[in-house]
Ligand binder design. Structure first.
Ligand SMILES: [Zn+2]
Length: 304
């Protein structure tokens, strides 16, 4: 996209001064996946953030769960390179991925799938006190929110987008009906690193909103597995491999099998919610979201 004289100069400075930080300097939450590719891993299923260095500046994939995370991410970037964050790609519009926009905007161009800005505005209208409440959670959070502004993406793409920054290529793919109104997977084909958004989470029950369908989730998993990634970084949970998709597929297959049998026995949705359990996954977090999984499974098995 835009290559400015300042960016070119930054590249030269970057060769001279960048890349001196070691993994230890970067703190326990930063995991290195490859040369110039890092993940800030959220604690307790908080959202992850990808940090990708290029010869022409930094690209972030998401901006951290809370502004305290966003500031820690910015500190890590500064240790890694003197170059600026030029692009921030949102894997979804929910606040646990986007509240930190203000820390990187306007110097970074924020990119998301079509509908992301509208999704953000709709949530903001529902909870106008959100930032005040967040600031009240701790003095550190209040400090991190200094200068807060509500910022929606600068660019919304339709279906697919290719972004070239420095020597790297980022392929953005809209994932329909998997988690939010505007989910994006981000694929680095040369590096074989995939940021897979929140279509599948790890060791956790996902929330399946009314517009989310299990066929859409499974189709997204199939499409992402077909890329043959070496690293898979989910929106939430420990980064891993395609096993993340396979574990999710196994879970949904078992759920659909059980709900399907119950439907054949003539049980109602209410009965199924009471009767159909998944004890094999009792250790997964956020069990309170399980009823939304039953509803989605019921919808799928009863669809004509
Ligand atoms: Zn979300």
């Amino acid at each position: 996209m835009r290559i400015t004289a300042a960016a070119a100069l930054a590249t030269i400075v970057g060769f001279a001064a960048g890349g001196s930080a070691t993994a230890q300097d970067l703190g326990p939450q930063i995991k290195k996946l490859g040369e110039g590719i890092y993940v800030y891993v959220g604690k307790n299923f908080n959202s992850n953030c990808g940090i990708v260095l290029t010869q022409d500046g930094v690209v972030l994939i998401d901006s951290g769960h809370n502004p305290t995370d966003s500031r820690a991410i910015l500190d890590a970037v500064k240790k890694l390179t003197p170059m600026p964050v030029r692009f921030l790609i949102d894997t979804e519009p929910h606040p646990d991925h986007t509240t930190g926009h203000f820390i990187f905007s306007p110097s970074a161009t924020i990119i998301a799938a079509e509908g992301a800005g509208e999704s953000m505005r709709a949530r903001e209208r529902q909870d106008p006190q959100r930032i005040e409440k967040l600031a009240a959670t701790s003095p550190a959070m209040k400090a991190a929110l200094e200068g807060y502004k509500f910022i929606t993406p600068d660019v919304e793409y339709h279906d697919k987008m290719t972004l070239r920054v420095g020597e790297r290529t980022f392929e953005l793919m809209y994932l329909k009906g998997v988690h939010s109104e505007a989910d994006s997977a981000v694929w680095l084909p040369k590096e074989r690193v995939l940021f897979s958004a929140s279509a599948f989470v790890v060791d956790q029950i996902n929330i399946l909103r009314p517009f989310v369908t299990i066929p859409d989730i499974l189709a997204a998993g199939k499409r992402m597995k077909a890329l043959n990634p070496e690293h898979v970084v989910p929106g939430h949970g420990t980064p891993g491999t395609v096993k993340i998709f396979e574990d999710g597929e196994k879970y949904y297959a078992l759920l659909l099998d059980r709900v399907g049998k119950a439907v054949k026995e003539g049980k109602s949705l209410d009965d199924i919610k009471k009767d159909v359990q998944m004890p094999e996954y009792a250790s997964w977090a956020t069990q309170d979201r399980y009823p939304t999984n039953i509803e989605a499974a019921y919808k799928m098995v009863t669809a004509k």
